[in-house]
Design a protein around this ligand. Structure first.
Ligand code: COA
Length: 330
């Protein structure tokens, strides 16, 4: 491929201050620290303060990413926000609210919905605008406030998720690198394995939907586990093949941080060294679309990415959906 190439020029994350520990959850539902740690690897998660929203958290992450990139908000051509927990269900888009909060006066803005796969979907989408030469500077953000759509009486789901936001600034460059290959996948036959039944056009809000707690996440944990452990390694192998890379050439894999047992299974299946796989699920739980950009920021803070490194990001979630991107860091 010849240029323009796409580069991640800036990155930022935002984690709400409030830490919710497993011990605190023991007082809320019939669970234990031991059960949560052994089944998911999660020790604690963050919970947004009452005034915080997807757009306010995305704004914090985006400002950090713009600072790292040395880019002014007015330079942005486009803003994409991946979220399953937008500020408003129908309109406006969370991306429009973020555009206004940043003062990104020249930017178009839209939301992208692909649940936990949302950031990788949005990254690949944003990269296309840069690689085709249409835009030079694109902000891709992911922000999730799952604490607002969790049923805090359902121990099977409420212990697994947390709130967070992350963002990257994509820029055009003549230097080879960036997105090498990508894969976007979907299997809507599994829609009901991970979903929020009511509040949309299929089942509009009513007294009954509220009484029946249908505005909260429902999940078939075992089915989702099976789906993830088969689909994720397959997606990574396919994207590596398309990028002409072997698994041993992966310098860093950033998988969606849903569950340490899923991450371990994927690591084993791909034959990767443990050091080549990033995890922080113990501290944040599953932050849906925000998990990969937050992990990317922490990997960079820890010096785990150097110019020329082969990075693979892979996500899966509601839809069912999955997405993978092979990226040459530069
Ligand atoms: N605390 C204590 N017990 C719990 C519990 C909790 N928080 N949640 C469920 N249980 C119970 C169940 O009721 C069940 O009890 P039973 O056998 O008496 O019916 C028992 O624990 C075992 O449940 P099971 O579903 O078999 O556990 P599991 O080993 O499959 O682990 C998950 C459950 C959810 C951790 C696991 O299936 C998983 O990680 N799935 C993927 C979920 C995911 O990542 N979703 C997001 C994708 S983006």
């Amino acid at each position: 491929m010849s240029g323009p190439y796409v580069r991640i020029a800036g990155w930022g994350k935002y984690l709400p201050q409030r830490v919710l520990t497993n011990s605190e959850l023991e007082a809320m539902v019939d669970t234990s620290d031991e059960w949560i740690r052994s089944r998911s690897g999660i020790g604690e998660r963050r919970i947004a303060a009452p005034g915080e929203t997807a757009s306010s958290m995305a704004s914090e992450a985006a400002l950090a990413a713009l600072r790292v990139a040395g880019v002014q908000p007015e330079e942005l051509d486009l803003i994409i926000v991946a979220t399953a927990t937008p500020d408003h269900v129908a309109m406006p888009s969370t991306a429009s609210l973020l555009q206004h909060a940043l003062g990104a006066s020249r930017a178009g803005a839209f939301d992208l919905t692909a649940a936990c796969s949302g950031f990788v979907y949005a990254l690949v989408t944003g990269a296309q605008f840069v690689q085709t030469g249409l835009y030079r500077t694109v902000l891709v953000a992911a922000a999730e406030v799952y604490s607002r759509i969790l049923d805090w009486q359902d121990r099977a789901t409420c212990v697994l998720f947390g709130d967070a936001a992350g963002a990257v600034v994509l820029q055009a460059t003549d230097r080879p690198g960036g997105l090498l290959a990508s894969l976007l996948g979907s299997d809507g036959s599994g829609a009901c394995q991970l979903y929020v039944p009511a509040g949309g056009s299929a089942l509009p809000t009513s007294h009954q939907t509220v009484e029946q707690r249908q505005h909260f996440i429902r999940m078939k944990g075992r089915e989702v586990f099976r789906f993830a452990t088969t689909t994720v390694p397959e997606a990574v192998l396919r994207v590596l093949d398309a990028a002409h890379l072997a698994p041993e050439e992966v310098d860093l894999l950033i998988p969606h941080q849903a569950n340490i047992r899923i991450i371990d299974a994927v690591t084993r299946r791909l034959g990767l060294r443990e050091e080549a796989v990033f995890t922080n699920v113990d501290r944040y739980g599953n932050t849906s679309a925000a998990s990969i950009p937050v992990a990317l920021c922490e990997a960079l803070e820890q010096g785990r990415l150097h110019p020329g490194a082969n990075l693979v990001m892979v996500a899966f979630g509601g839809g069912l959906s999955w997405a993978a991107a092979a990226w040459k860091w530069h």
